[in-house]
Design a protein around this ligand. Structure first.
Ligand code: AMP
Length: 587
């Protein structure tokens, strides 16, 4: 029998499983912000220190639910998308296993679908494990193998890698699995979609001794369950349940901007310049982000204040009164610090990241749109976070419109419009007569139109309109939906699976074709090609296709602009153990 975990009080038990745990954010009550919620999970002091230094104030729901089981050595099957904090959910218990000095054998092995994720996950291990002296080595295709051999040779506690490269290392004897206590399959559904099933099974079968097997996946197709059945023992299942279906986002205009992390500060500045909110609450994940963003927004001319768990009560009270009396127009806060906050002047809520649980989105945006007033909710999402957005849409049964980040021209147009509105308002006032002396003094020197233009420019500049020329790339096409609500979201519908690939041409732009000298005779299947390309380049599965495989060769469609990049990357790698010849294919 599987472990059953009690659901939280506000969860809705779905009828398809009896073992679900809701990961709803149930800590809506004010909690002492200074108390770090991680301490109660039993993590070692070095980890608690690292988390505190990173500015994490409390575990995310998935972390709160999974970490105790993982620390108790249980197998676990967790349903969690990117952005929920799932990496720390397995990384912290894995780091708990290491003995700082002995680094001759890895204790944990993490399998991930892509090179990008391998790097991200190993960076997370490094950040959390720095006070433990944790040695984490990422191994993935595309990087010269000798560098990885050297790194493994220097000592290793944790190996994070793509299945193909891990098999390579096991075959060479450079990766010894004798000391493995925990194996994690991260984004397991993606790995299966990319054709890694055989590789994963052969890795799991290569660890004969007892160990913990942990599986995280955004979706739970039957193939995942069958891996769980074969390779896990009595796993605890932690699922993100639909949650409270009564949750409502009220009368709030909701939109999401797709933007790369490094462009977020500039994008937020530009969005707020255009929205010109009366009062805005901006949510960040960590204290550091809060401090940094407050500084950035102040530099852009906003009166921004920070609010986080590192501040004492007197500081917090001061900030709140500045927000209430309008001295501050932006409040940048963590969830913990903003709990229970209720301010009438707020018109906008901004999620600087997609919140880790759909329920916290609902809590957050509940701060605006109260008592029938209209509010605006803005979310900055990275392309990989679209699944989280879909979860939110399912919970609220409302669509979040994908919008393009305003261009420099959009910003200028909006600024001019604001100037028009301000001057219109001024013209409607009846105390203009006081300024006749100025007009009279100037009217002998220029015609009225020129005088008006000079006065408009003066106002426009003094109103603090920023000249913002920064290039912020539009990457909204990397969402599966078109920007500006290209087709309504199917509220309550099924999430769009990463595996439901379209063609390269579906994503806008022309398709180019790559000829690869391996075909059915070499055992090549579509998943192998998608896997190799997605692994070696920054293309995602749905940008790859159509695929044609003959006995001797394969032809794969990719965005035309990426053809050369794909060729260069595939020349450096092996597919099914064979080195292909790769070239551009034209009729
Ligand atoms: P993941 O879902 O693992 O990709 O994590 C998403 C983001 O959340 C990463 O940028 C993490 O650094 C951040 N994060 C994870 N856990 C926490 C936490 N408890 N508090 C604040 N940020 C977190």
């Amino acid at each position: 029998m599987r472990d059953t975990v009690e659901a939280h009080s506000d969860s809705v038990q779905s009828d398809d499983t009896e073992t679900e745990v809701t990961v709803a954010d149930t800590q809506a009550e004010a909690s002492p912000a200074a108390e770090n919620g991680f301490a109660s999970l039993g993590l070692r002091p070095e980890l608690l220190k690292a988390l505190d230094e990173l500015g994490y104030e409390e575990p995310t729901p998935i972390q709160r639910e999974t970490i105790p089981y993982l620390m108790a050595g249980k197998d676990l099957l967790g349903q969690a998308a990117t952005g929920t904090g799932k990496t720390a959910a397995f990384a912290l218990p894995a780091l708990q296993l290491i003995d700082g000095r002995a680094a001759n054998k890895a204790v944990a092995l993490v399998l991930v679908p892509t090179r990008e994720l391998a790097m991200q996950v190993s960076e997370a291990f490094f950040r959390y494990g720095k006070d433990l002296g944790a040695k984490c080595v990422p191994v993935y295709g595309g990087q010269p193998i000798f560098r990885q051999l050297q790194a493994l040779d220097r000592g290793v506690h944790i190996v994070v890698g793509t299945p193909g490269r891990i098999i390579d290392h096991i075959g060479r004897g450079s990766l010894n699995l004798d000391g493995i206590k925990m194996v994690v399959l991260d984004e397991a559904d993606e790995m299966l979609d990319m054709g890694f099933a055989d590789d994963i099974e052969s890795i799991l079968e290569g660890i004969p001794h007892a160990h913990q097997t942990v599986l995280f996946s955004a979706t739970m197709p039957p193939r995942i369950n069958s891996i769980a059945k074969r390779y896990q023992t009595d796993p605890v299942r932690i699922n993100v349940v639909r949650g409270d279906t009564k949750a409502s986002a009220g009368k709030v205009r909701q939109s999401a901007y797709v933007v790369q992390r490094n462009h977020k500060p500039a994008a937020l500045g530009r969005i707020l310049d255009i929205e010109s909110p009366g009062g805005a609450l901006v949510f960040c994940r960590t204290r550091h982000e809060v401090d940094q963003l407050t500084e950035t927004m102040n530099a852009r001319g906003y009166r921004a204040e920070a609010l986080h768990g590192g501040m004492d009560q007197a500081q917090r009270d001061r900030v709140m009164s500045r927000l209430r009396d309008g001295t501050a127009e932006l409040l940048v806060a963590t969830d913990v610090a903003a709990r229970g906050l209720d301010v009438d002047t707020l018109t906008h809520v901004v999620n600087y990241d997609v919140p880790s649980a759909p329920e916290s989105y609902v809590h957050r945006i509940g701060r605006v749109g109260r008592a029938g007033r209209e509010g605006v909710a803005i979310t900055l999402a990275e392309p990989r976070e679209q699944r989280l957005l879909q979860n939110i849409e399912r919970l609220t049964k409302q669509a979040i419109t994908i919008v393009k980040v305003p261009s420099v021209a959009d910003l200028r147009a909006a600024q001019l419009e604001q100037t028009v509105a301000a001057i219109r308002e001024s013209m409607a006032a009846d105390d203009l007569d006081d300024f006749y002396p100025v007009l009279n003094a100037l009217s002998g020197e220029a015609n009225p139109q020129r005088i008006a233009l000079a006065a408009i420019r003066l106002y426009h500049e003094m109103a603090g309109n920023i000249v913002d020329e920064q290039d912020i790339p539009d990457i909204s096409h990397r969402m599966e939906r078109r920007p500006d609500g290209g087709g309504p979201v199917r509220a309550g519908g099924k999430p769009q699976r990463g595996g439901e690939r379209g063609h390269a041409s579906d994503k806008g732009g022309a398709t180019g074709f790559v000829h690869i000298s391996l075909g059915r005779n070499a055992g090549i299947r579509p998943g192998d090609l998608v896997g190799a390309i997605a692994n070696e380049t920054d293309l995602v599965g749905r940008e790859i296709g159509p695929i044609k495989i003959t006995e001797k060769f394969a032809i794969v469609g990719v965005p035309d602009r990426s053809v050369d990049k794909v060729i260069a990357a595939l020349k450096q790698t092996t597919i099914k153990g064979k080195k292909p010849t790769v070239r551009r294919y034209t009729d």
